[in-house]
Design a protein around this ligand. Structure first.
Ligand SMILES: NC(=O)c1ccc[n+]([C@@H]2O[C@H](COP(=O)([O-])OP(=O)(O)OC[C@H]3O[C@@H](n4cnc5c(N)ncnc54)[C@H](OP(=O)(O)O)[C@@H]3O)[C@@H](O)[C@H]2O)c1
Length: 226
């Protein structure tokens, strides 16, 4: 399945690389696809798109946000939360119409430091904002409660015995995303219900970051014990 990923940070690059390895052609979307030698991401994980392309091989490509969205049978957003809506508006409805949009983004107010502040919470969520703006898109919020490394390798902690949450209004889109999550190695896939349940998973960022910082720093995962 062709997958378009909007976002070139650690999440976009990590998911893209793994999905190519799993046999899915991937196009990463960025503001300026000619900027192949500018490091993307933060800290020691920062990598240029030229390096990413070399690692990912011939099934991988880089394009504009719109080209990446148009190329994908399924589209993933891995964008800074503050610009998610703006970028999707630039992409336009036509490239996204009827598609499943797997949204990993969190509404972090990047103008503030720690403890993290969310620019929407509690009474609304970034997932709902995007779904309202694009009613024909089948948005599924998932993978936003963990680091990029864990997204593609749940076995990094606890032998992979922990939970990934799924929120969205469309049952078929959630089933398609669950299939992709299983390909990535996930077993405990918990469908929380409609997109309003993304309020909960987006707010988990606050406790997730606090725990990671307290354990300075460590990969951690959430597990729902029934
Ligand atoms: N980092 C993690 O481990 C992690 C874990 C869970 C969820 N998340 C969420 O996943 C999302 C992606 O995180 P990330 O750390 O990979 O990347 P990020 O640094 O949050 O975002 C990178 C992407 O945002 C785009 N961008 C930034 N400013 C922009 C602007 N003014 N206009 C248009 N595009 C802009 C960049 O475009 P260019 O390509 O043009 O540079 C890039 O593609 C975030 O919402 C984050 O909260 C992250």
């Amino acid at each position: 399945m062709h997958i378009g990923i909007l976002g070139t940070g650690i999440v976009g690059q990590t998911l893209g690389l793994r999905l190519v390895q799993l046999g899915h052609p991937v196009m990463l979307g960025t503001r300026d696809p000619a900027q192949l030698d500018e490091p993307k991401g933060r800290g020691p994980d920062a990598r240029t798109l030229r390096t990413w392309l070399a690692l990912a091989g011939s099934a991988a490509s880089v394009g504009t946000f719109r080209e990446a969205a148009a190329s994908g049978e399924l589209v993933i957003t891995a964008l800074s939360g503050v610009v998610s809506l703006e970028v999707l508006q630039t992409v336009g409805e036509a490239s996204l119409h009827g598609k499943t949009l797997l949204d990993t983004s969190n509404p972090i107010d990047v103008s503030r430091g720690f403890p993290l502040t969310l620019f929407v919470k509690d009474t609304d969520s970034l997932g709902e904002i995007l779904q309202r703006a694009f009613p024909t898109v089948r948005l599924v919020k998932t993978l936003n409660t963990m680091t990029a490394a864990l997204m593609v390798n749940p076995h990094l902690v606890g032998h992979g015995d922990h939970t990934v949450f799924v929120s969205g209004n469309d049952a078929q889109a959630k089933a398609q995303v669950a299939e992709l999550l299983r390909e990535l190695g996930w077993h405990d896939i918990l469908d929380l219900g409609d997109i309003a349940t993304a309020r909960g998973t987006e707010m988990m960022l606050s406790i997730g970051h606090a725990v990671m910082r307290a354990l300075s720093p460590a990969e951690i995962a959430f597990k729902v014990v029934r």
